[in-house]
Design a protein around this ligand. Sequence first.
Ligand code: ADP
Length: 384
Amino acid sequence: MPTVGMAGGGQLARMTQQAAIALGVSLRVLAGSGDDSAARVVADVRVGDDRSAADLRAFAKGCDVVTWDHEHVPGPHIRELEAAGIACRPGSAALAHAQDKLVMRDRLSALGAPCPAYGRVPADDPFPFLEEFGREHGWPIVLKAIRGGYDGKGVWILRDLDRPAVERLLAEGVDLMAEEHVTFRRELAALVARSPYGQGAAYPVVETVQEDGICVEVLSPAPGLSEDLAAEAQSLALRIAAELGVAGLLAVELFETADGLLVNELAMRPHNSGHWTIEGARTSQFEQHLRAVLDLPLGSTEPTAPVTVMANVLGGDDPDLYPRYIHVMAHDPAVKVHFYGKDVRPGRKIGHVTAQGDDLAEVRERARHAADYLRWGPKMGENR
Ligand code: ADP
């Protein structure tokens, strides 16, 4: 049986382990510490730094394929592994588009994929560019860190030409790009898988609800999305996966606007917008990622219920969540609770819940209730 190495020890690696167990495949994880979310559940953990070439080399030795739990492994280190004959999936060339927002925008524009207007902010003389960009596309504009952002960290809305704010960011050495501020109806995500053999598979297109740049809720399928637009989003994602040579999963985050779809972001790994697939699809995104990177035939993406809703559980002020399981489980035995074994910090993604059924409003309310209660609710025996 093959060994798949995953660099990064977060919840995505943790949930990939669950899928690896069923397939009988060995997962090896490179975690920053033995307390990382995945390190707590994976037998073959190597503790090290996934930004160190030496640690990556030692980790990859003996793996049949290496994949990633996040985007932050440096491209040159991945190229070094590739040069040493290690199968990296996705490879450095594809992954660059998920690591660098400017590379992604340039490539997608060249492919004719619809994107917001954008441009690099010249660090030595930013203001004439920003003034012109704002004049052309209207204020506010969106500033983004070209590399290293996640969960909305690295995205700033600039209401007007706020010179001190821009100067502060540039002084910190952040490479910036500007984007038109898109007026969208809602955000969607199209999740697809592609194997090196060239097989593709698309999940139903979902709606993602964000608060402060963090995804809080995923509705599958996206309510009221026309068949045409759903098919357009799926074919766009499959085409991007093929053109970029992605091996594994590709999540394409989209804006639905009055004039159609725009691509916001790409991720090449299991994605928060796909956690619903654990219960909600015949093949979970974690199993699908393993199948894709191992170049196995892909699994069915057929939904298991008319409606599935996933709600993220964010850390509240109280780290002691377990006593709240009693209410959540007694209240709704069909809600599924997932915890990532992470230390609780306010606002941090520490788990999620999934509910299924026929009626969107009802399923959504059940998922919301469970997630909110886990975060804020009174514990057994407490009167609040
Ligand atoms: P991250 O890499 O941190 O996830 P994203 O580029 O996905 O950053 O942006 C995070 C959120 O910010 C998006 O989900 C969206 O709600 C908002 N956003 C990003 N770009 C734009 C834009 N051009 N116009 C309007 N809102 C945006």
